[in-house]
Ligand binder design. Structure first.
Ligand SMILES: [Ca+2]
Length: 109
């Protein structure tokens, strides 16, 4: 959000308060991956958007919660395969991807 306020004859500009949390474009992502998929393969691409305008307040990082042995999230929201799959051990995985903005600074000029 971009806010400009004038108070007491002095100009106060609050530039892009970090007041928006990132929001995923979809509530749920589903993907099918073959048992023979190589390590490093992109299983699914997730994307969150943050309504704040400045890069310090809308640069999103992704992580899998709780951390997974099998999958990892890249900086751009790709969910990658970290180890070979074995259908007989697990035929389905579900996990949560957390999107967060690292910096939490408010700029007041
Ligand atoms: Ca934000």
């Amino acid at each position: 959000m971009f806010v400009v306020k004038v108070a007491n004859g002095r100009q106060l500009t609050v530039r892009d308060l970090n007041d928006n949390a990132p929001v995923f474009e979809k509530e749920e992502y589903r993907a099918y991956v073959k048992e023979t998929s190589p390590v490093g393969e992109v299983v699914v691409q997730v994307k969150a958007v943050d309504a704040d305008v400045s890069p310090a307040h809308n640069h999103i990082t992704y992580s899998i919660q709780p951390p997974s042995q099998t999958f990892e999230a890249s900086g751009s929201g790709q969910i990658l395969l970290k180890e070979p799959l074995n259908y007989t051990i697990a035929s389905q995985y579900s996990f949560t991807v957390k999107a967060q903005v690292k910096f939490n600074r408010v700029f007041v000029h």
